[in-house]
Design a binder for this molecule. Structure first.
Ligand code: ADP
Ligand code: MG
Length: 237
């Protein structure tokens, strides 16, 4: 069983964004919600070990992620970038996808690559890809390593209909492989399709509320400044 434990965790940069975070998550699909700039990416990067906690503790499978060697972290935690271009380091798409397998020695789950990336793109420079193509390559280049823990930072951004359905399938398939998955997104009605277990909602008072997905209603979402399931534009009159 995988676990992520936060104990009196404070995260942020020079000043804290969120303080006094306590939670324990196990296998399943958990959804991280919050307004723009509320700290979703910062929390995911802290769990991934890319940012050091300001104070308190974060444990991923009983290890402090910030103190793991990058190669060790890459075997356990798959963090997919909100902005796909941030992650690119290779000159060809196929080398970008193989990079994590080379560095970790993992065989990889090539079905994920086949589901996401058109083979015609393999020889392209990742920086020349369209936004949606880049997002798919970026997702494939991390998730190919089939880590037990996935942190997906707004993974649906830029994806078209087909790409969105494919990603939903990948997430459903990952649940069967007993992963612990956290997905940050603004698309509550879409993510309903994977029957999430828990929600993590960053509130306006900068507290992180955790609860069962079934308990998440539009009142909770709107009071946190998050897109609701039913969206009303303009006057309510
Ligand atoms: N490297 C950084 N240095 C200082 N502030 C940052 C840095 N990265 C992000 N921020 C700020 O931290 C806040 C939270 O950012 P982020 O976690 O990316 O929010 P979200 O993903 O919820 O939209 C934002 O106000 C953002 O501008
Ligand atoms: Mg973000």
């Amino acid at each position: 069983m995988n676990s992520i434990i936060a104990e009196k965790l404070s995260i942020g940069y020079t000043t804290p964004l969120l303080t006094h975070i306590f939670f324990k998550l196990n296998n399943g699909i958990h959804v991280l919600l919050g307004a723009n700039g509320s700290g979703k990416t910062t929390l995911l990067k802290t769990i991934a070990g890319l940012i050091k906690p300001l104070s308190g503790k974060i444990l991923v499978n009983n290890k402090e992620p910030y103190n793991l060697k990058r190669k060790e972290a890459a075997k356990i935690i798959g963090y997919t970038w909100q902005n796909p271009y941030y992650g690119f380091i290779e000159a060809r798409v196929i080398d970008e996808i193989k990079f994590i397998l080379k560095t970790t020695g993992i065989e990889g789950d090539w079905e994920i690559v086949e589901m996401l990336v058109d083979k015609n793109l393999y020889d392209r420079d990742p920086y020349t890809l369209s936004g949606g193509e880049a997002k798919k390559v970026s997702l494939a280049s991390v998730l190919v390593a089939d880590q037990p823990i996935w942190l997906l930072d707004e993974p649906f951004n830029e994806l078209d209909y087909e790409g969105t359905i494919t990603l939903i399938e990948i997430i459903k398939r990952a649940r069967k492989k007993n992963k612990l998955i956290i997905i940050s997104t603004h698309l509550v009605p879409l993510i309903d399709n994977v029957k999430p277990d828990k929600y993590l909602l960053i509130k306006k008072d900068k507290r992180l509320e955790i609860g069962d997905w079934k308990q998440l209603d539009d009142d909770k979402l709107s009071s946190a400044g998050v897109l609701t399931r039913r969206i009303i534009c303009g006057s309510h009159a």
